[in-house]
Ligand binder design. Structure first.
Ligand code: NAD
Length: 340
């Protein structure tokens, strides 16, 4: 029986198949947006490449031969890692991918919100200009603040968030950090200061979210948190939409609890055209594009194939998410030629 690799995403990234095919791997690429569709094509797969399809306990428990689930991205909130570990399945991601791109994107959203970039552009396209529409233009300018001396609050202080710090400092921003898993000395080494969430919410002019989506971070920002923020503050989200309670965000924006939002991600993706946030001119939505650059695209094509070759040749994945699976993996696959 050939080693079988299944890629379920819509649309799949064209991963480097040549190296796999040379090894005699059977490779299947087919969109499978539901649990049943994933199972229909991947039940007997040795490796599942999964970009954002549901990789739930039900799916994982029914995968008969799967040794590796690999995602060509950083976030793996669609994969039930605990279930994978229980069933002896390795999970791998591409840690560190898009750190520069996402931190640049967070800064781009911050600057665009702060400088009212899109409102100004829309006004000019509608025939407005400083000299012709003095009063309207002055009203439009109100609320644009000097960035130097303002405060940026970072929620989550992993790879992307840390890459934001020097960029923010270059604009003269003071940086506060809330991350309960990071000790203050780590934060302070970067030139940022540690804070409790409440202090960060109260003092920040911009809040940028950089946590994974977990049960603890889901709807971490809701009505109570928006009410603590300054009415002039902006929320920036390049992590996962569901970290913010979107209904509460909409209310905060229309009731003036905060000034605006720069969102790369929303709770339901792709965004529904009737999502009320799209009606607000103080909201920017960039369609989950923060990770992208032509250079990252090449990396996303290469890395899953490399991880598959590693597992086939008895090595653990480089982007191993669940090393605690080791004993279970060896026990389950010992006699199948797949022990790592
Ligand atoms: P990372 O794992 O390096 O850092 C995540 C940080 O969040 C860690 O320091 C962790 O301690 C912290 N954290 C976890 N739970 C927390 C909580 N309850 N409160 C505060 N902090 C908490 O991840 P990263 O590479 O910096 O990426 C962050 C997230 O960005 C990813 O999980 C992914 O969902 C998202 N992302 C989005 C894009 C995009 O295109 N928009 C691209 C890459 C990553």
């Amino acid at each position: 029986m050939k080693f079988k690799v299944v890629y379920t995403s819509v649309p799949p990234i064209e991963i480097e198949k040549e190296s796999l095919l040379k090894l005699g791997v059977e490779y299947i690429e087919r969109p499978a947006p539901t649990e049943d569709e994933v199972l229909a094509i991947a039940q007997d797969a040795d490796v599942l490449i999964d970009r954002s399809e549901p990789c739930t306990r039900r799916v994982i428990s029914n995968l008969k031969s799967c040794r590796l689930i690999v995602t060509p991205k950083v976030g793996y909130d669609n994969i039930d890692v605990a279930a994978a570990t229980e069933y002896g399945v390795c999970v791998a991601n591409i840690p560190g991918l898009s750190v520069d791109e996402v931190s640049d994107h967070a800064m781009a959203l911050l600057l665009a919100c702060s400088r009212k970039l899109f409102q100004l552009d829309n006004m000019v396209r509608a025939g407005g200009w400083q000299v012709f529409h003095g009063k309207e233009m002055q009203a439009m300018w109100r609320g644009i603040s000097l960035i130097r001396g303002q405060t940026l609050g970072l929620i989550g202080f992993g790879a992307i968030s840390r890459a934001v710090v020097p960029k923010a400092k270059a604009f003269g921003l003071r940086v506060l950090v809330y991350d309960p898993y990071i000790t203050p000395d780590v934060t302070e080494k970067t030139g940022a200061a540690s804070a409790q969430l409440e202090q960060l919410l109260k003092e920040s002019d911009y809040i940028s979210i950089h946590t994974p989506l977990t049960p603890a971070t889901r709807h971490m920002l809701g009505v109570a948190q928006f009410k603590l923020m300054k009415p002039t503050a902006f929320i920036i989200n390049t992590s996962r939409g569901a970290v913010i309670d979107e209904g509460a965000l909409y209310n905060a924006l229309v009731n003036g609890y905060i000034a605006g939002a720069g969102l790369d991600v929303v709770e339901k993706e792709p965004v529904k055209m009737d999502n009320p946030l799209l009606k607000l001119d103080n909201v920017i939505v960039t369609g989950h594009s923060a990770h992208y650059s032509d250079q990252v695209w090449a990396e996303q094509r290469r890395r899953p194939a490399e991880e598959i070759i590693r597992i086939m040749s008895g090595q653990w994945p480089r982007g191993w998410v669940n090393p605690q699976v080791e004993a279970k993996f060896i026990e389950r696959w010992r006699n199948t030629g797949a022990s790592a």
